[in-house]
Ligand binder design. Structure first.
Ligand SMILES: NC(=O)c1ccc[n+]([C@@H]2O[C@H](COP(=O)([O-])OP(=O)(O)OC[C@H]3O[C@@H](n4cnc5c(N)ncnc54)[C@H](OP(=O)(O)O)[C@@H]3O)[C@@H](O)[C@H]2O)c1
Length: 296
């Protein structure tokens, strides 16, 4: 138990006091939770959001209009943070993300580009735009990846490719910006209960509906098995991602990578397995090992 005086000190001078952090994708889901968790620790939070942003007012959180795919919007966000009086930034949390799913054979190039625009070029653009402020604050970049950043999953090829790319960009940036004391941290959360899956499902339904039925019919059995496996998948509160971001921003020496959530061990195990063994396990996890080989 901390002493009364220690509690009073920390209430008067919370860990985030005097430190500004920008979180992208803050309108809902894990981004919104992260904003709350940071504001509770005294950080001045800039919640990057498209449209109206979060529909609740949170003390210590200011909404900044931000579409991570739009250069002008990013410049506007830098201006807004400077105009609020910030001469330095302590944290940039690249959280905005989408899932593009579907068979790689059928995913349109435009959808692949959309996946990379948000999940890869977005964080790259934001990091470039905010590096001068981060340099002034000897700040930290926190990039939200996923287990798919280390292990590609079937029918999540675009997402897996984007998160692999994000991990590589993060590693390179960490090696480069360390010179100025800027730390770059990757967080790999497991499955969380947010709208990301339903948004992805409706986008992919639209795409599949626009394709010749004969093409999508080839994947009918896979889609059914995947649907059954997805229904059994457990999702958890995004709080653990929010807590990991707090840790990445407050630890004296943050780790380069935090794998968090209930699936942590499984992800670590799969990542170390020989590819054939890993493929077999993944196919079983998704129920796809039940499929008989297709006739030629
Ligand atoms: N949920 C999971 O199981 C899970 C697991 C591992 C990793 N992750 C990662 O966690 C992060 C947050 O995901 P989530 O589950 O919280 O998803 P979510 O509830 O769907 O929220 C995604 C956020 O990203 C924003 N966004 C999308 N496109 C954008 C753009 N072009 N510019 C700015 N913001 C944009 C959305 O804003 P709008 O409201 O404007 O669309 C929303 O605020 C993502 O990077 C995701 O890959 C999630």
């Amino acid at each position: 138990m901390p002493s009364t005086s220690a509690r009073t000190r920390s209430a008067r001078n919370p860990v985030g006091a005097g430190r500004a952090v920008l979180v992208t994708g803050a309108s809902r889901g894990a981004g919104l939770r992260t904003c709350r968790a940071l504001a509770e620790r005294g950080f001045q939070v800039y919640a990057g959001a498209r449209g109206d942003g979060p529909h609740t007012e949170i003390r210590g959180v200011r909404v900044v209009q931000l579409d991570v795919t739009d250069e002008a919007s990013i410049e506007g966000a830098v201006d807004a943070v400077r105009a609020a009086g910030e001469k330095e930034l302590y944290g940039l949390v690249n959280n905005a993300g989408i899932i593009i799913q579907g068979p790689m054979e059928l995913v349109p190039e435009s959808e692949l580009r959309r996946q990379f625009d948000v999940n890869v070029f977005g964080p790259a653009r934001l990091t470039q735009a905010f590096t001068p402020l981060l340099r002034a604050g000897r700040g930290r970049v926190v990039n939200i990846s996923a287990p798919t950043g280390r292990i590609a999953m079937p029918f999540l090829g675009p997402l897996s490719a984007s998160k692999h790319a994000l991990q590589a960009l993060s590693d390179a940036t960490r090696l480069e910006l360390g010179h100025w004391g800027i730390r770059v941290v990757v967080i790999e959360p497991g499955s969380m209960e947010t709208e990301i899956f339903s948004t992805a499902a409706s986008a992919s339904e639209k795409v599949l509906a626009s394709l010749p039925p004969a093409q999508t019919a080839m994947y009918k059995e896979q889609f059914e098995l995947l649907g059954a496996a997805a229904a059994k998948m457990k999702q958890h509160s995004p709080d653990y991602l929010a807590n990991a971001v707090v840790k990445a921003l407050t630890a004296a020496t943050p780790k380069p990578r935090y794998t968090v959530g209930p699936d942590t061990r499984l992800v670590g195990l799969l990542a170390r397995l020989p590819l054939r063994t890993r493929d077999g396990l993944i196919m079983r996890m998704f129920g796809l090992s039940k499929l008989k080989p297709a006739a030629a």
